[in-house]
Write a protein that binds this ligand. Structure first.
Ligand SMILES: [Zn+2]
Length: 461
């Protein structure tokens, strides 16, 4: 029964119900779950592994609720650098059609290592192309070597160009085989228990790449097995126009029609949602993965996140696919969320006084979205905060560094306001996967070498 003791953290951010922040804090964990938390002098003095985190901030592991790991292979592709969503997709689909099982595997590890080094302990991924024999299994098995918890989405596309969809017919799949494979994956890998390291999600890609029938069938299958549903929604104005023209509904109304609402559903983006739609999200329990860098990169817009939070919508954070970010730095994404929310407030004419006006997202709100918020979106009650009974999932940052010089009157705010840094420790279920800034589970130089080789094969010449 391995035990872990954390001692002397300068501040330990719990994100519990009362949002306690504990000075000279620590925690004691057994078998991956927290048993005690509090000031160091109130904790046991011995454990199998003892970490003295003097001069460090400790916070719950960050949770990524939207990503496309495979896109780490196609970052900064010249032809897709200056395009909006639909043009960006049309440029990249033929490149992604060359994906292979080994490309899925290595890109999974690259993305998860980047996430882990930025404090992430649980991530959802959305893989929706399966060319050349690639399977979601390639991702799930590769992730297990890294040690970050994975919610692997079985994505899908079935509405090709010839049927009025956006993707070329060559990358869409037959609907019967999508549903068969979805069922196989749930039965093979989905673990709903506390401390789960792998869960499966069903995730038809977007209104412009799947049929209504596949949306309905996926929802029925997900509900039969008790797994979550995920898709892109209300990301751009182009999508809104597409939905109105093709289906006669705004994106959120279209989801209502398909029975795609409820606490087992979360949507990526939701930039273009009105007040009524936000209230419906809150009422039905739909969650949102906010991806601010991607929304800026593709000139999509600014999601009304603070409105959603104040209405009680479950909101988490996502770095989105690495071809539209082009990074998997989750702490940086939390900073982006805070900053772009303020930009929206400013553009809407809100007061810009620094007296904590409710219209400005605070550093602690951004951290809350990235932790508690993400756990709520993924439907997990065992992660997202540091409390007895929850998973020992956290990160630690050494505060004694150039980036935070002059900001230590409020270390919690410093990690959001100051330049995003790589973390010093990431611990998942009591297992240290980042130690003194280094991955303990993978050989990083070799990973980068293999990754670049796979990327060159996707973009010959
Ligand atoms: Zn996405």
């Amino acid at each position: 029964m391995p035990t872990l003791l954390i001692r002397h953290a300068t501040v330990l951010v719990t994100m519990d119900e009362q949002r306690h922040e504990i000075a000279d804090g620590g925690l004691f964990a057994r078998d991956g779950f927290i048993q005690q938390i509090g000031p160091t002098d109130a904790l046991p003095t011995e454990a199998d592994l003892v970490l003295d985190l003097s001069d460090h901030l400790v916070a719950p592991g960050l949770i990524n609720t939207h990503h496309h790991f495979y896109q780490t292979l196609t970052r900064a592709v010249p032809a897709a650098q200056n395009a909006n969503l639909f043009n960006w997709l049309k440029t990249l689909y033929p490149i992604w059609a060359r994906l292979t099982p080994s490309a899925v595997s290595v890109s999974t590890q690259t993305a998860l290592v980047e996430l882990a080094l930025s404090g992430c302990t649980a991530a959802s991924d959305h893989l929706y192309l399966f060319p050349n024999g690639a399977r979601l299994d390639d991702e799930i098995l590769a992730a297990q070597e890294v040690g970050v918890r994975l919610h692997a989405s079985r994505g899908s596309m079935s509405l090709g160009e010839s049927q009025g969809g956006l993707p070329p017919d060559s990358v869409v799949e037959n609907e019967a085989s999508i549903l068969n494979d979805s069922q196989r994956l749930i039965e093979a890998y989905h673990d709903p228990n506390p401390g789960s390291s792998t869960q499966v999600v069903l995730a038809p890609c977007s209104p412009f790449s799947v049929t209504s029938n596949l949306m309905r069938e996926s929802a029925a299958l997900a509900r039969e097995y008790g797994v979550h549903l995920h898709t892109h929604l209300a990301e751009t104005q182009d999508e809104e126009v597409f939905c109105l023209e093709k289906f006669g509904y705004r994106p959120v109304d279209y989801m209502d029609l398909l029975n795609w609402v409820g606490p087992n559903v979360w949507f990526a983006h939701s930039v273009y949602v009105n007040r009524d739609e936000i209230e419906r999200y809150a009422k039905t329990g739909c969650g949102v993965a906010h991806c601010p860098s991607s929304n800026m990169r593709l000139a999509s817009g600014i999601a009304p996140i603070l409105d959603m939070v104040s209405h009680g919508v479950r909101v988490g954070l996502g770095v989105d696919g690495s071809a539209s970010n082009d990074s998997s730095h989750l702490l940086s994404e939390a900073r982006q969320a805070m900053l772009v929310s303020r930009l929206r407030a400013g553009l809407e004419g809100a007061s810009l006084s620094n007296q904590g006006t409710p219209s400005l997202m605070t550093a602690r709100q951004a951290l809350e979205i990235a932790t508690r918020g993400g756990a709520a979106v993924l439907g997990r009650s065992d992660i997202g905060s540091l409390e007895p009974g929850k998973c020992a999932d956290f990160f630690a940052i050494n505060l004694n560094r150039l980036d935070y010089a002059g900001a230590l009157h409020d270390p919690v705010a410093a990690i959001l306001f100051c330049a995003p840094v790589a973390v010093d420790y990431t611990v998942v279920g009591g297992r240290v996967i980042v130690e003194k800034g280094q991955m303990t589970t993978l050989d990083l130089p070799r990973l980068v070498e293999v990754h670049n080789r796979e990327a060159r094969q996707l973009l010959p010449g």
